[in-house]
Design a protein around this ligand. Structure first.
Ligand SMILES: Nc1nc2c(c(=O)[nH]1)N[C@H]1C(S)=C(S)[C@@H](COP(=O)(O)OP(=O)(O)OC[C@H]3O[C@@H](n4cnc5c(=O)[nH]c(N)nc54)[C@H](O)[C@@H]3O)O[C@H]1N2
Ligand SMILES: Nc1nc2c(c(=O)[nH]1)N[C@H]1C(S)=C(S)[C@@H](COP(=O)(O)OP(=O)(O)OC[C@H]3O[C@@H](n4cnc5c(=O)[nH]c(N)nc54)[C@H](O)[C@@H]3O)O[C@H]1N2
Ligand SMILES: [Mo]
Length: 765
């Protein structure tokens, strides 16, 4: 290979401001503004006719699953449409008529594109043909599918061990694609399968598996109708799971109470005007949150301990606050939990969590009297050093109240990507599952590797230290999603080959290995046809229900392939017919893949169920109150320690959150309507008393630095916004602030980066 010049790539993009406008934070979510904004996005990207056509099929039985979040569809979809503002934005982003083709890449070099913002990069359009970036070159050029597969084969065969390759997965892939990918990676010989879950709900998976025996939630959508109390913790459903607001609305209409626990009073949790109901749009809407506990960042354990302590005191008096029958029959560790609670004083816990005692007492009163309790949570709990313990403390509360395995109660980790849960179910994981390996061996006649693979943070480290040399991504935007942007960039740039199977251009296509490939794939809204027959695939929603999804739009280019076909193409080229699996034919026939999934993965039902399109629930031991796989055959109480943040005088705790106009690293627009910030993403939300103390005025420009392991990391140019956030806490958007998150600081056990509790300093410029 020739000696190659290093490309001059900007790994974080521009830091300039875009022209901020501020308004008051919104007082309700959805309503007419949501409908208006949604349609504006759709019309702009897809045109009017295509927009209405597509929207009439989204989340309907004969249509396609929304490419946004994983919130389930109701059994009877609304005739006014079963989608939300941000689902429409997700669709518009995918179904845009703009194209990124060979002319685009001839015009713009990767060096030039890397100076565009993520917003500009994303808006340039859909990828339409396979492209290669050759060593030393700064322009992508077209390559045939066959040549692309040979190039991958060549690089994979050069490796000294299969463990020198990394195979990442984002959560939008179908069950069929993910299953085939996992099968290929294992046949190739490694378990290096990091996935976006590692940065997302891994803490939930670990905590729930250890306490309840399954890494998924236990509630179904219908449970919200019956719940007496829904606690929403560390989650911003108004923006990230808007259709969940309809479920909360129903709960309220049936007399239930909603408690939110969040350092921010998110607009989506205050009041909701349901755009699927005429009265919802015209009236003042439904008030959602009954009690808001403004906890300090990462002090949920202190708060929950105090709630449990107060409930325990009441239970001593009345003996019917906890469900003692349930505790005795189904749980282990109750006495130890009560003993542990004793050692903390009320004053200490109050001080740590920062919540007013009278509000906590209100919550305690509600919890004392009710036992149909659902706890919902998302990234506000998982992305901390003690992410796993945050969730275990929630499980403690549910176990005390017997709020599991009955209607209207249970655990509800609200998933991110639309099929992130399904990908895991069908085998995307870096862990070794002896059961899965045995099953694959029986069905496919080869032995999968039994060495633990690398998760996201360790994959980055392996690439950085040149222990891994090939990086393949099935979707996602690894560079911008992962922590420590500069370190991750160097890691990717150290690779010999980086391959991205993607729908849209993103920064990971620009920050690459010596050679890079872009393999463009069909979006889930597009028709997927083979020999004149239309194929469908399946996905699993946040509540463990598997259902089908069938695209209906004309593909943006006729040079796209489906994800299973691309994986089959790579596998076929690599094994060159010398393997027991018939990769090509398997990858083209999704029915056949589904048959294999059925035989390998427990709980997948027969074709009969699938073809009817109504879907089926996967097995869930918590729903059946079966804890036989756990120690003592019981659900486990856990003793969790208090999170410790020894802050120096000028240090803050920063949470990196999503604005209303983004899907992870895809930036739909520059507005965060509910928080009152328009046309700007480079902002930091700060308490006004802190501003006074540090002599910072509204809209002053500040820089943020973090100082882990004696290394300064710096993110520059943020506008200070006074906001209702606890003192000592800050909030800013990701991915702009990922540069501050040290790659080697992550949650115990789950290894999820600490994206919600980064210790930083703020510097006025
Ligand atoms: N439109 C849209 N939809 C999405 C996404 C998107 O980017 N855009 N992303 C998808 C994905 S992959 C995911 S994982 C989900 C993410 O969904 P969320 O988890 O709702 O997303 P975040 O913006 O990270 O919000 C975290 C929330 O937790 C709060 N929080 C932060 N730290 C703490 C804490 O220590 N304690 C408590 N109690 N609260 C805290 C924040 O104030 C914020 O309200 O959404 C999915 N859906
Ligand atoms: N600081 C900070 N960092 C975070 C988080 C945070 O809260 N704070 N959240 C974390 C979380 S929860 C997650 S899940 C990760 C997200 O990490 P990723 O899943 O890696 O990132 P996304 O931005 O969702 O990926 C978007 C890209 O996916 C591709 N894509 C979209 N649809 C499809 C499809 O159907 N098929 C294929 N093959 N490709 C497609 C497009 O090319 C698009 O550019 O980020 C994590 N990073
Ligand atoms: Mo996520």
């Amino acid at each position: 290979m020739s000696t190659t010049k290093k490309r001059n790539i900007s790994v974080v993009g521009p830091n300039e401001f875009t022209g901020i406008k501020l308004k008051e934070p919104a007082e309700y979510a959805a309503g007419l503004p949501a409908v208006k904004v949604a349609l504006q996005h759709a019309f702009k990207e897809m045109g009017v006719v295509k927009s209405f056509h597509a929207l009439s099929k989204m989340n309907q039985k004969e249509g396609f699953d929304c490419p946004g979040c994983a919130w389930p569809d109701p059994e009877k979809p609304s005739r006014l449409g079963e989608y939300c503002e941000n689902g429409v934005k997700a669709l518009a982003e995918e179904a845009t008529h703009k194209k990124v083709d060979k002319d685009f890449f001839a015009k713009y070099s990767v060096e030039e594109l890397s100076n565009w913002s993520d917003y500009q990069i994303g808006k340039s359009g859909r990828l339409t043909e396979p492209m290669v970036l050759k060593p030393g070159s700064i322009h992508y050029e077209p390559i045939s599918w066959e040549d692309a597969y040979s190039l991958i084969t060549h690089e994979l065969k050069k490796l000294e061990s299969p463990n020198e390759a990394i195979f990442y997965t984002s959560g939008r892939s179908s069950n069929e694609a993910a299953f085939l990918y996992g099968l290929f990676v294992r046949a190739f010989g490694t378990n290096n399968m990091p996935d976006c879950s590692n940065m997302c709900h891994e803490s939930s998976g670990v905590a729930l598996s250890e306490t309840l025996g399954i890494g998924k939630g236990s509630v179904k959508l219908e449970d919200f109708d019956e719940a007496q109390v829904v606690i929403v913790m560390g989650q911003n459903p108004g923006t990230n799971h808007p259709r969940m607001l309809s479920a909360l609305q129903k709960c309220k209409e049936n007399g239930g109470k909603v408690i939110s626990i969040n350092p921010l009073e998110e607009a989506g949790l205050i009041r909701f005007k349901n755009p699927q109901q005429i009265k919802g749009v015209l009236s003042s809407g439904t008030s959602l949150t009954d009690i808001h506990l403004q906890v300090k960042i990462n002090q949920d354990v202190s708060l929950l301990k105090l709630i449990i302590k107060k409930l325990a005191a009441l239970d001593k008096e009345k003996a019917d606050v906890f469900d003692h029958k349930f505790i005795k029959r189904y749980t282990h560790g109750f006495t130890e939990l009560l003993q542990d609670i004793e050692q903390y004083s009320k004053e200490e816990l109050l001080e740590l969590c920062g919540v007013k005692e009278e509000l906590i007492d209100k919550v305690v009163a509600v919890l004392a009297d009710n036992d149909k309790i659902i706890i919902c949570w998302a990234m506000g709990l998982t992305q901390h050093k003690n992410g796993v313990e945050n969730i275990k403390e929630c499980v403690n509360l549910l176990l005390l109240k017997g709020s599991l395995g009955k209607p209207g109660a249970g655990t509800c980790p609200v998933r991110g990507h639309s099929n992130v849960q399904g990908d895991r179910t069908v085998g995307i994981m870096h862990h070794v599952s002896p059961v899965l390996n045995k099953s694959i061996e029986n069905v496919f006649n080869f032995s999968p590797p039994n060495k633990e693979g690398l998760d996201t943070v360790h994959a980055i480290e392996a690439m950085y230290t040149k222990k891994a040399k090939v990086f393949v991504a099935l979707g996602g935007n690894f560079l911008s999603a992962a922590s420590d942007t500069k370190y991750t960039a160097e890691a990717l740039q150290n690779c010999d080959l980086t391959v991205n199977i993607s729908t849209k251009l993103n920064r990971t296509h620009l920050v690459t290995g010596k050679t890079a490939l872009i393999l463009p794939t069909l979006g889930r809204s597009e028709v997927d046809e083979k020999n004149g027959e239309q194929r469908f695939f399946t996905v699993e929603n946040s509540m463990g229900k598997v259902h089908r999804s069938k695209g209906l739009m004309k593909p943006i280019s006729n040079n796209l392939k489906s994800e299973p076909e691309i994986i089959g193409g790579i596998a076929n080229a690599y094994f060159d017919t010398g393997h027991v699996v018939q990769w090509k034919s398997l990858s083209e026939n999704y029915e056949l893949i589904r048959e294999k999934i059925e035989t390998v993965i427990k709980g997948f039902k027969s074709i009969e169920h699938r073809s009817k399109g109504t879907g089926f629930y996967l097995p869930n031991n918590v729903r059946d109150l079966d804890f036989s796989k756990l120690p003592n055959q019981k659900a486990q109480f856990s003793i969790c320690s208090l999170p410790k943040h020894k802050l120096k005088k000028d240090e803050f705790v920063l949470m990196t959150i999503r604005s209303h106009d983004q899907f992870n690293t895809t930036i739909y627009g520059l507005d965060d309507r509910y928080r009152g910030v328009y046309n700007e993403r480079r902002v930091v939300f700060i308490n006004s008393e802190d501003m006074k103390e540090y002599n910072i005025e509204k809209l002053d420009i500040v820089n943020l630095t973090s100082h882990y392991d004696n290394k300064e990391r710096k993110a520059i140019n943020f506008l200070a916004i006074p906001y209702n956030i606890p003192k000592g806490n800050l909030a800013a958007y990701f991915p702009e602030t990922n540069i501050l998150v040290p790659y080697n600081h992550f949650a115990d056990k789950s290894h999820t980066p600490i994206s919600k509790s980064i210790i930083v300093r703020i510097h006025k410029v």
